[in-house]
Design a protein around this ligand. Structure first.
Ligand SMILES: *[C@@H]1O[C@H](CO)[C@@H](O)[C@H](O)[C@H]1NC(C)=O
Ligand SMILES: *[C@@H]1O[C@H](CO)[C@@H](O)[C@H](O)[C@H]1NC(C)=O
Ligand SMILES: *[C@@H]1O[C@H](CO)[C@@H](O)[C@H](O)[C@H]1NC(C)=O
Length: 573
């Protein structure tokens, strides 16, 4: 008996130590391969980018079975978020011109009219384009409304760094117009159905809602920073609505997050794990409101998601029920017969590494009734409570969860061919690479998981201390960005304001009327989000030190378009 215990302890120790040192060596060898693989897929000079325009990210060089030689807004934005994080944290300062090229390429794509519409009529929801920056016109699952959110998040992170490095003017003049198009699209369209990130289900999708929420929060903070205050209250209102809606994906009886409101599946899906890592904000601790990686809901969800793959993949057979396995998109997946994906398995590891970053930083870990089954995998005797870092419970759990996380990386390692190339999937029985070779997103997912393993967290986005509105509202109808330009010569001390017939124009109030900018004097301008498809009346006001002059009658009148933006050119009357 004693001999047995000793043997199993020894073998456990060997496997723990052995595994972590072999994961160390995989991380060391795979990191440069993943980075080179990612850069090879970016035009114009990436080794495998096959003629893509500058700053365009190809999904994969594969042209048949499957043909992925296109650029997806989602994939490109996640890839460049990784590059921007490395740049702004000083890990790789060689990519500045590549980042600028990405921004320019995306600005071009925003303006390309495509089957989802033009820039002002819904075209920003188009998921993929040809790599020469022309529209892809074939049948597809469109729109996909996570793209504009992810793109603005990537560019906002660059913008914040530029502001901190004395380059606000570049942000205001060059980045903000691009960011604003995307954020206006999110604010106006979040409450409409979307194809999910796997391009199959047309409903509402947790990943999309989560990244839209993040984008509007950090977008509103950026807008305030650079004085673009007219958008702030609109973005904040829709961010609150999104946060309220986000909570509704939680399935309390199943103890997991339902990935899509449609689709007729279990809803257990890598969608939710990816959402958690891509909305990680270390300042938010283990807050469940935003499903932070170490929140009880996200950990419970992780267990349910991971367990759904234990019995369906041959590569997972003979693995203990509390050890790491290969995971895929969702258990019902039939694409290529349904297999593990590198990026899904790395995402599980990353959520756990993110959790370790927070627990170690706060010096404690809390087990709740919701997360109890997750923690009991490692310590069956654990009970709900908070465990300080000095306790053996904390230390046991931290050690075992690190081993668990490393196990997911080790599984991908086992299924990485010699040479280190990462395709999209690996065969569920043999572990051999399958589907698109050199998937750019697979490489990015390796890099972000490795970074989290080393303790790196990208900058937060304002998730700390958010509270959920008591009742959920929809977007209260779509809005459009209306720019008012009025030619008005003024005397020193005199300013031009606008007010009108809707809330957003302060309902004819001369005292809270909105101030126009005189940056292009004698043209005064302001951009306001107004209800779409609506007849709106307004007037300009001169205010000279409290002495108010209204424009002469009649009221000005416009009918806003159904979507997009609109510019009005007036002359003071
Ligand atoms: C600001 O950043 C842009 C984009 O990289 C660059 O072209 C420009 O030279 C920078 N300006 C200053 C003052 O650093
Ligand atoms: C719109 O928002 C409401 C309130 O949160 C929600 O009940 C509804 O499902 C949402 N619809 C879509 C398509 O987002
Ligand atoms: C106002 O002027 C802009 C730029 O000159 C133009 O694009 C826009 O169509 C004009 N708006 C109207 C309503 O004529």
């Amino acid at each position: 008996m004693r001999f047995l215990v000793l043997t199993s302890l020894a073998s456990l120790l060997t496997s723990v130590l052995g595994q972590s040192s072999s994961v160390d060596s995989y991380v060391a060898s795979e990191s440069p391969i993943a980075k080179a693989g990612l850069l090879a897929n970016i035009g114009p000079s990436g080794a495998k980018s096959s003629g893509a325009k500058a700053g365009v990210v190809i999904a994969s060089p594969s042209t048949t079975n499957p043909d992925y030689l296109y650029t997806w807004v989602r994939d490109s934005s996640l890839v460049f978020k990784t590059i921007i994080d490395q740049y702004t944290s000083g890990q790789d300062t060689s990519t500045r011109s590549l980042i600028d090229e990405f921004v320019s390429a995306e600005a071009t794509l925003q303006q390309v009219t495509n089957p989802s519409g033009s820039v002002t009529t819904g075209g920003l929801g188009e998921p993929k384009f040809n790599i020469d920056e022309t529209a892809f016109t074939g049948a597809w699952g469109r729109p996909q409304r996570d793209g504009p959110a992810l793109r603005s998040t990537a560019i906002i992170n660059y913008a914040n760094w530029l502001i901190a490095n004395d380059n606000s003017s570049w942000v205001t003049n060059n980045l903000w117009p691009i960011i604003k198009l995307d954020l206006d699209y999110v604010a106006n369209n979040w409450n409409q159905s979307t194809y999910d990130l796997w391009e199959e289900v047309d409903s509402s999708s947790f990943f999309t809602t989560a990244v839209q929420h993040r984008a509007l929060r950090e977008g509103s903070t950026l807008a305030t920073k650079i004085g673009q205050t007219s958008v702030v209250s609109g973005y904040n209102t829709q961010a609150d609505n999104l946060l309220c809606f986000l909570e509704s994906y939680w399935n309390p009886s199943g103890a997991y997050i339902t990935a899509n409101t449609g689709g007729g599946r279990s809803g257990k899906d890598a969608n939710t794990v990816l959402a958690s890592i891509h909305t990680f904000d270390p300042a938010a601790g283990c807050d469940a409101t935003t499903f932070q990686p170490c929140s009880d809901k996200a950990l419970s969800n992780l267990k349910v998601y991971v367990d759904s793959f234990r019995s369906i993949y041959g590569v997972n057979s003979d693995i203990a029920s509390n050890a790491a396995v290969a995971t895929g998109r969702y258990p019902e997946d039939v694409y290529y017969n349904g297999n593990p994906w590198y990026l899904a398995t790395f995402a599980v590891a990353e959520q756990l590494y993110d959790s370790l970053i927070v627990w170690n930083a706060q010096g404690s870990l809390t087990v709740t009734s919701t997360s109890l089954p997750f923690f009991q995998q490692f310590l069956s005797s654990v009970t709900a409570g908070t465990y300080a870092s000095s306790t053996s419970t904390f230390q046991t759990l931290i050690t075992d969860i690190k081993t668990f996380a490393d196990g997911f990386v080790a599984m991908n390692d086992k299924c990485t061919p010699s040479g280190g190339g990462l395709s999209e999937q690996y065969d569920k029985n043999t572990g051999s690479p399958i589907s698109a070779a050199d998937l750019t997103w697979s490489y990015a997912s390796a890099l972000t998981a490795f970074a989290a393993r080393s303790g790196f967290a990208s900058p937060g986005w304002g998730a700390q201390g958010l509270s959920v509105p008591a009742t959920c509202s929809g977007s209260s109808g779509p809005t459009v960005a209306v720019t008012f330009n009025v030619q008005a010569t003024t005397v020193l001390g005199e300013n031009i304001y606008i007010t009108g017939s809707v809330d957003a124009l302060e309902n004819w109030s001369p005292t809270s009327a909105l101030l126009l900018s005189s940056a292009n004097y004698p043209t005064w301008s302001i951009t306001v989000n107004l209800p779409a498809n609506t007849v709106i009346q307004y007037k300009y006001i001169r205010n000279n030190d409290g002495s108010i002059t209204w424009e002469s009658d009649p009221n000005n009148q416009i009918t806003t378009p159904a979507s997009g933006s609109f510019t009005v050119n007036d002359t003071w009357r």
